[in-house]
Design a protein around this ligand. Structure first.
Ligand code: NAP
Length: 386
């Protein structure tokens, strides 16, 4: 009794109230679609983008396919050292032929084939023990066939204030890896991934309105008084020449009309997965939230799976207690009728399967696992008219 509705958007095609009135419960699993900013001068110059846009672009996301990134530049700064930063760095630093068989969008592959990028600066504001990437991700960067991972041995040293973190096995593994790598020097490959620690971008400067350099301040680590470690500036600055900035400093939720949103945290406020109208306010019966929309943008698939279990437990508890609202019309056809009344063309799961077959067939012709549709119009045109 699962029904899939594709190409429909809450807040555009129907309201949250219309959805709620046709279901006994609604679970928002909408993630965090937007990105955080660094809040430094020059962030809005041409050539300064969020990693979200870049990831959306190379993955053929319809909202991002028309974006352009200047890959003729010799050097790129990726700000942040989380797993998203690793993803974009890998894309920029690996040889295009490694990507040719993946489901990367064809236009992105073309652009990457012509790329002039020789240096990717990966900029971490704290030390190697605080880096947010997973051990496997940094190892992948270190093993790229076409690029050397270059680390300054001094910056790779674990600061006194961070030593306690090494009791965590994953942290130990990550720091050991970069320290070993630091001993290898700059290597001989044409491309370099220069992983930096203890530096914060303080300004992006431009020439003719485009990014041309980034000013970095050297940091030192101090205790944050809560058991953690924070970076503070030392007043020592350096400048790196770059032509493109990809900020990868975390995601943020986007408010959906009619759905509560906490501006401060950037996600949907809740108690144990039950949506509340605002932090500290009462629960809205029948409304639930999971994943990044619930906790913010952190954690891998396993974290989100466990998190979903907790939300579903809350829902089942409420169902057993008989406190779910009684919907006006919770029949299986109700949403179908709503969309038809509003003249919204919703795709069915059978439609999804047809698109899947078409994408795989197009991919096979190009020697790829899949060639994705990158516009909703093209998807609709490829399906028989309704
Ligand atoms: P993230 O893991 O939160 O990393 C954000 C990075 O940005 C951190 O290094 C953070 O440093 C830094 N940062 C934040 N504000 C900054 C500022 N103003 N200036 C400089 N640096 C700043 O976020 P993410 O990379 O977007 O990833 C989101 C989630 O998706 C993570 O849980 C990640 O593991 C997951 N993910 C996983 C994969 C995978 O498994 N392959 C791929 C993609 C994403 P501080 O630590 O100092 O705050």
């Amino acid at each position: 009794r699962l029904r899939f509705f594709g190409a429909v958007k809450l807040g555009r095609d129907f309201t949250a109230a219309e959805l709620a009135s046709r279901h006994d419960a609604v679970i928002y699993a909408v993630g965090c679609e937007s990105d955080r900013h660094m809040g430094i001068p020059g962030e809005d110059l041409a050539g300064s983008h969020s990693a979200t846009e870049f990831v959306g672009w190379y993955n053929g996301h319809p909202d991002h396919r028309d974006r352009r990134f200047d890959l003729s530049t010799a050097a790129v700064a990726v700000v942040g050292v989380g797993n998203v930063a690793m993803d974009v760095t890998r894309l920029l630093a690996c040889g295009p032929e490694d990507l040719a068989k993946t489901d990367i969008a064809a236009y992105a592959l073309d652009a990457l084939r012509k790329s002039g990028v020789k240096t990717v600066w990966l900029l971490g504001r704290r030390g190697p023990a605080e880096a947010a990437y997973s051990p496997a991700e940094i190892v992948e960067i270190g093993e790229l066939a076409d690029a050397d991972l270059v680390v300054d041995p001094v910056e790779a040293t674990v600061d006194e204030v961070s030593k306690g973190e090494l009791s965590d096995l994953a942290v130990k593994k990550k720091t050991d890896y970069v320290q070993e790598h630091a001993k290898k020097g700059a290597g001989t490959k044409e491309r370099k991934v220069r992983l930096r620690f203890l530096v914060s971008p303080v300004e992006i400067t431009g020439e003719n309105g485009r990014v041309s350099a980034m000013r970095l301040e050297k940091n030192k680590l101090v205790s944050d008084g809560k058991g953690g470690v924070k970076a503070v500036g030392t007043g020592v600055f350096e400048t790196i020449k770059i032509g493109l900035v990809l900020r990868s400093v975390g995601y943020r939720g986007i408010p959906i009309p009619g759905v509560p949103f906490d501006e401060k945290s950037g996600h949907i406020p809740h108690v144990d997965g039950r949506v509340v109208s605002a932090p500290g306010q009462p629960v809205l019966p029948g409304q639930y939230v999971v994943g990044w929309a619930k906790r913010g943008p952190s954690g891998l698939i396993g974290t989100n799976r466990a998190d979903s279990v907790l939300t579903v437990q809350s829902l089942l508890t409420d169902h057993k207690a008989g406190i779910l609202p009684i919907s006006a019309d919770a029949s299986l056809e109700a949403t179908l009728r709503l969309l038809a009344d509003k003249k919204v063309r919703a795709l069915s799961f059978a439609d999804w399967q047809k698109l899947d077959v078409l994408e795989k067939a197009a991919g096979a012709k190009a020697g790829k696992i899949r060639e994705k549709f990158t516009s909703v119009e093209d998807m609709l045109a490829a399906l028989p008219p309704k």
